[in-house]
Design a protein around this ligand. Structure first.
Ligand SMILES: Nc1ncnc2c1ncn2[C@@H]1O[C@H](COP(=O)(O)OP(=O)(O)O)[C@@H](O)[C@H]1O
Ligand SMILES: Cc1ncsc1CCOP(=O)(O)O
Ligand SMILES: [Mg+2]
Length: 254
């Protein structure tokens, strides 16, 4: 049994999410079925009190707005003040408005883990990896960009792709799973960011939390893809069933 997964199911940590309105239901469900407890908010005035009952905070910029700046700031700073891990999902951060928003945010909030696709992670390395909107167009593994992003930000980087790369800038592991349906499931990355929130709630080793969550999610995706004959229509249900029932994780991690 994956020990961190056991800890999540035993401790049932509350994960506070500033979610995007496209995938928030799937993110809440993914956190819930794995054994943790999701909470979403849109009110900066309750930031400190909600962070006080949470074990981790996930900031997802997918549908951000200038009106939400006080919310991101209040929740991020409350998490820093209360020593709760902060996970950033920088959806489409290469776009100019989002880039300046994240630049401002990183000046005010310490982020512990950044989970993104290769084109999003490349932004933190001042590099370019082809992307369009929420997606990466480049299927190569960009380990150097991920390692530089970690050094630049001081965060653990979880760069997802054909091969997932987890790095703190000096130590790097790659997770090898193959579930193409995850790429065409809008919200797959958002769900993984939520799971990383759950796993980083039960350990101070955010590198290990990133690896364990990525392994679990990748294997659940593989198993679910096989169950639905690689068709997307019923994939999310099969994925939740796997996240709910899996106890063993047998992926290849190097
Ligand atoms: N080309 C791919 N083939 C198989 N799995 C992939 C591929 N790209 C990403 N994944 C998987 O899909 C999930 C979401 O990753 P990704 O699509 O990179 O994030 P986002 O949805 O934020 O763009 C991850 O679990 C990742 O391992
Ligand atoms: C389509 C879309 N637009 C803004 S957020 C979002 C969902 C992004 O989900 P993911 O990054 O997990 O694919
Ligand atoms: Mg994404």
């Amino acid at each position: 049994m994956n020990t961190l997964l056991t800890n999540v199911r035993e401790q049932q940590p509350l994960v506070l999410n500033i979610a995007n309105f496209v995938t928030m239901q799937h993110v809440a469900d993914a956190i819930n079925v794995v054994g943790a407890s999701p909470l979403m908010t849109n009110e900066p005035q309750e930031a400190a009190e909600l962070v006080s009952v949470s074990s981790a905070v996930v900031l997802n910029i997918g549908t951000l707005s200038e009106a939400q700046w006080p919310l991101f700031l209040a929740v991020g700073q409350a998490a820093n003040q209360q020593n709760k891990p902060v996970i950033l999902d920088p959806v489409a951060v290469g776009m100019p408005y989002r880039a300046q928003f994240v630049r401002r945010l990183l000046e005010k909030v310490h982020v512990d883990i950044i989970r993104g696709n290769a084109s999003e992670i490349a932004w933190f390395a001042q590099a370019e990896v082809a992307g369009r909107g929420i997606d990466t167009l480049d299927q190569e593994t960009h380990q150097q960009e991920a390692e530089l992003a970690a050094k630049n930000t001081g965060a653990v980087i979880v760069q997802t792709g054909v091969v997932d790369v987890i790095t703190n800038g000096t130590k790097t592991q790659t997770v090898h799973t193959n579930s193409p349906l995850l790429t065409i499931n809008v919200g797959a990355g958002d769900m993984l960011s939520g799971l990383i929130g759950a796993f980083s709630s039960v350990t101070d080793d955010y590198f290990a939390a990133g690896v364990a969550a990525t392994e679990l999610f990748g294997e659940a995706g593989e198993r679910a893809s096989a169950q639905v004959n690689q068709l997307p229509g019923h994939f999310i249900g099969a994925l939740f069933n796997e996240l709910y029932t899996m106890t063993q994780v047998e992926v290849v991690t190097r």
